[in-house]
Design a protein around this ligand. Structure first.
Ligand code: SF4
Length: 325
């Protein structure tokens, strides 16, 4: 009996997955229609080297649309991630798909995480995560941009949808369902007035439109898709990581930061050096040692920084689903 129930559950799950796969492919096709009607460059698929972007990329290929792939260098990606990105990009090249890496720029000059910390004069935190703004968000502008964002990743991502307009602050973005976008873009190119819809006027001005084809996918569905389709993935997952991203990301919890310190000890040293420089810059600017005297030296900044004290309202990745998965 238990075997039969397990079999039925697997069939049901596969059916749900098929619906989500079809929906994601439709989202890509709708994105391509918007591009054809309003933009001069193809859809750009962002690729981080993590599991979600591997699924996103595979679905983009399956959709048959014309697209490019962009990887934003954060300068604190793990060597395993860099290796995986290089391997995937080599395969894309063989397939004739344009794939490129973007170097981070701050105030018109190349920057890395460590020089950015010194320039900003404070460490990046959950509340002040300025590094995402420089290294990840908005690196592709005035185009239709596909992202591997999923609602299950964090509570802050719950009330979004498949399509969005871009806002420098999350609250400035507007979200739209796939069915709504399909409806308003059906003949938007020919019509002068399409119900004054924000997403249509955004496309008319050639501003950034975001598409999240796997927005409603769960952690388990991502892995099921990877295994069923034999997709190569980042080796960090086999080392026990459930999420890969920047080393010592302030959004990670204390346990994950401790693991990063053990796995990548050289990065701890580089962050401490960056905090050293940061304290010098603060002194030059007459800003004192900061944080109510807690930042006595670079080591004490580092110790304070890796503590997992979430201040109310801060963004935090929610790993409840990952633990279940
Ligand atoms: S360290 Fe975390 S907050 Fe900073 S860019 Fe990377 S992902 Fe974003």
């Amino acid at each position: 009996m238990a075997k039969i129930m397990g079999y039925i559950k697997r069939i049901e799950r596969r059916k749900v997955n098929e619906e989500k796969i079809n929906k994601a492919i439709e989202a890509f096709k709708t994105a391509e229609k918007i591009v054809r009607d309003f933009y001069d460059k193809p859809v750009v698929v962002t690729y981080s080297g993590g599991k979600d972007s591997d699924v996103l990329l595979d679905l983009a290929i399956k959709s048959g649309i014309d697209f490019e792939v962009s990887h934003s260098i954060t300068t604190v990606d793990a060597p395993q991630t860099n290796r995986h990105v290089n391997e995937v990009f080599a395969e894309l090249k063989e397939k004739g798909i344009k794939a490129y890496k973007k170097m981070p720029i701050y105030k018109g000059k190349p920057v890395n995480m460590f020089s950015l910390i010194a320039q900003k004069g404070i460490p990046p935190t959950r509340l002040v995560r300025y590094c995402c703004g420089v290294f990840k968000e908005g690196t592709e502008r005035n185009r239709v941009v596909a992202l591997g964002v999923r609602a299950a990743e964090s509570s802050k991502r719950q009330n979004r949808d498949t399509f969005a307009t871009w806002g420098s602050k999350t609250r400035d973005a507007k979200y739209f369902s796939l069915s709504h976008v399909d409806e308003v873009f059906k003949d938007a190119k020919e019509q002068n007035e399409v119900w004054d819809c924000v997403i249509v006027s955004t496309a008319r001005k050639h501003k950034t439109i975001l598409v999240n084809p796997i927005y409603d996918w769960t952690y388990a569905e991502i892995w099921e898709y990877i295994h069923e389709n034999n997709i190569a993935y980042n080796e960090l997952y086999d080392m026990g990581y459930s999420r890969v991203g920047c080393i010592l990301c302030p959004l990670a919890n204390k346990r994950e930061k401790q693991r990063d310190i053990l796995t990548f000890p050289a990065y701890k040293e580089r962050y401490i050096k960056a905090f050293e420089k940061m304290l010098e810059v603060r002194k030059e600017r007459g800003k004192g040692d900061g944080n109510g005297g807690v930042w006595k030296d670079a080591e004490s900044v580092f110790k304070w920084w890796i503590e997992d004290k979430t201040i109310e309202g801060q963004m935090k990745f929610d790993f409840a689903e990952e633990k279940k998965g």
